[in-house]
Design a protein around this ligand. Structure first.
Ligand code: NDP
Ligand code: MG
Length: 389
C-alpha cells in the first residue's frame, strides 16, 4: 500500500454501490484521493460527486452528454470526458483501489483495464466475472492485481475462507434472502409488476440486481461468481435461503466447523472491508442487534418456483460459453421486464430458450466473450419480441 492518501477510482459512481462507496470515502477525505468517477447518463449526479470529491476526471458514457458534463464542471478543475473508450481509459489511469460497480457486461472492458494496472480492484460488477471468469482471474494473477469481492455473500466467504488451504473446506454456503416473491406461487408471480419486483425486503439496490433477486438469478450468478473466486469446485457450492439477510454466507470445514460472517444488510460494510483491507475502518452502518431480531430462519431453495437458479447452476457446471450466454440473455430479459414488455415468469423462460438455441465454443479472449454476449443478446431480443405484449 502507498504512503499518504490512497487514490481511488469508482466505475459506476452514480449507482447504488457507487453512492455507498462515495459515502464512505467522503467521511475520510484525508485518507482517500479520487482519480476518476464514471457514469452512463446521470450527468448531474456525476458532476456533483466529482466536485465534492475534487476528482481528477469525470467520465460519462453517452457522448451526447459531454457538453452538459463539461458545463456542469466548469471552474471546478475536474477534467470531463465521454464515451465508452474514455471509461476504459479512466479505469486504466491506475488507482491504488478501483471500485468496479458498473452494472452488466458493459463493465467488462473497464474492469479488465483496471486489473491490468496490477493494483486492487473491488468487484461488485458480478456480470463481468460471470461472463469472463477464467479470463478475468487469469488477468488479475498475471498483472499481480488483488481482486476483492464486494458482493456481500462473497465478501462474507472471503472473510471466513482459509486462503491457501481450500482442501480443508467441505462447503461454501451462499445465503439468499429469497427476494420479494419468496412465498408466492408461480401463479401469483406471473402477475407481478416491475415496481413489485424491485421492492426488495432487506436491501436497497439498483433495478437490475433487484429483479435478479426476485427471480433468484442473482443467487445463480453469485454461485458462478463464487466458483471463480474460491477454488472449491461446483460440487462444494451451496445455496441456503435465509430471509433476514443477517448471515451473509458461511464456510463449512472438513472437521464440521462452520464459520459465518454476520451483519446488518448494508453494503457499506462489505465495501468498507475492501477499502480498508487488510485493515478495518469505521462505518456508520446500523449495528447488528441479535436480541432485537430474536430468530434467524433458514430453508432450502425451491428450484421449481425459481427455475433461474437451476439454469445458472447448469451453466456453472457446463462452463465455457454457457455463463456468458446465460448472463447476456438475462440482462436482455430483465430490461424487457423492467420496460413492461414481458411478464415476470418470461425472464427465466427467455434465458432457457436462448440457452437451448445457442451453443458457442469456449471463449479464449475478451473479444470472444463480447461476441458470444452480443449473439446471445440478439437471440434474447428475438424471443422478447415473440413474447412481448
Ligand atoms: P445501479 O444501476 O444502481 O448503478 C449502475 C452504475 O453503472 C451507474 O453508475 C450507471 O450510471 C452505470 N452504468 C450503467 N450502465 C452503464 C454502461 N453501459 N456503461 C457504463 N456505465 C454504466 O447498479 P448497482 O449499484 O445496484 O449495481 C452495480 C453492480 O454491483 C451490479 O453488477 C450489481 O449486480 C452489483 N451489486 C450490487 C449490489 C447492491 O446492493 N446494489 C450488491 C451486490 C452486487 P447511470 O447512473 O448514469 O445510469
Ligand atoms: Mg449478493
Amino acid at each position: 500500500m502507498t504512503e499518504g492518501p490512497r487514490s481511488v477510482t469508482i466505475l459506476g459512481a452514480t449507482g447504488s454501490i457507487g453512492a455507498s462507496t462515495l459515502d464512505l470515502i467522503e467521511r475520510e477525505p484525508e485518507r482517500f484521493r479520487v482519480r476518476a468517477l464514471t457514469a452512463a447518463r446521470s450527468v448531474d449526479k456525476l458532476a456533483d460527486a466529482a466536485r465534492r470529491t475534487r476528482a481528477e476526471r469525470a467520465v460519462i458514457l453517452d457522448p451526447a452528454l459531454y457538453a452538459e458534463l463539461k458545463d456542469a464542471l466548469s471552474g471546478s478543475g475536474v477534467e470531463a470526458a465521454a464515451g465508452e473508450g474514455a471509461i476504459v481509459e479512466a479505469a486504466a489511469m491506475g488507482a491504488d483501489w478501483t471500485m468496479a460497480a458498473i452494472v452488466g457486461t458493459a463493465g467488462l472492458k473497464p474492469v479488465m483495464a483496471a486489473l491490468e494496472q496490477g493494483e486492487t480492484v473491488a468487484l461488485a460488477n458480478k456480470e463481468a466475472l460471470v461472463s469472463a471468469g477464467a479470463l478475468m482471474t487469469r488477468t488479475a494473477t498475471e498483472h499481480g492485481a488483488t481482486l476483492l469481492p464486494v458482493d456481500s455473500e462473497h465478501n462474507a466467504v472471503f472473510q471466513c475462507f482459509p486462503h491457501g488451504s481450500a482442501e480443508r473446506v467441505r462447503k461454501v454456503i451462499l445465503t439468499a434472502s429469497g427476494g420479494p416473491f419468496r412465498s408466492l406461487t408461480r401463479e401469483q408471480m406471473a402477475g407481478m409488476t416491475p415496481a413489485q419486483a424491485v421492492k426488495h425486503p432487506n436491501w436497497s439496490m439498483g433495478a437490475k440486481i433487484s429483479v435478479d433477486s426476485a427471480t433468484l438469478m442473482n443467487k445463480g450468478l453469485e454461485l458462478i461468481e463464487a466458483f471463480h473466486l474460491f477454488p472449491v469446485g461446483a460440487d462444494r457450492l451451496d445455496v441456503l435461503v435465509h430471509p433476514q439477510s443477517v448471515v451473509h454466507s458461511m464456510v463449512e470445514y472438513v472437521d464440521g466447523s462452520v464459520l459465518a460472517q454476520l451483519g446488518t444488510p448494508d453494503m457499506r460494510t462489505p465495501i468498507a472491508h475492501t477499502l480498508a483491507w487488510p485493515d478495518r475502518m469505521e462505518t456508520p452502518c446500523p449495528r447488528l442487534d441479535l436480541a432485537a431480531i430474536g430468530r434467524l430462519d433458514f430453508q432450502a431453495p425451491d428450484f421449481d418456483r425459481f427455475p433461474a437458479l437451476g439454469l445458472a447452476m447448469d451453466a456453472m457446471r457446463e462452463g465455457g460459453a454457457a455463463p456468458a450466454i446465460l448472463n447476456a440473455a438475462n440482462e436482455i430479459a430483465v430490461a424487457a421486464f423492467l420496460a413492461g414488455r414481458i411478464g415476470f415468469l418470461d425472464i427465466a423462460l427467455i434465458v432457457a430458450k436462448v440457452r437451448d438455441s445457442y451453443i458457442a465454443i469456449r471463449p479464449g479472449s475478451i473479444e470472444d466473450v463480447l461476441a458470444i454476449d452480443a449473439e446471445a443478446r440478439v437471440r434474447a431480443c428475438a424471443f422478447v419480441e415473440s413474447l412481448a405484449r
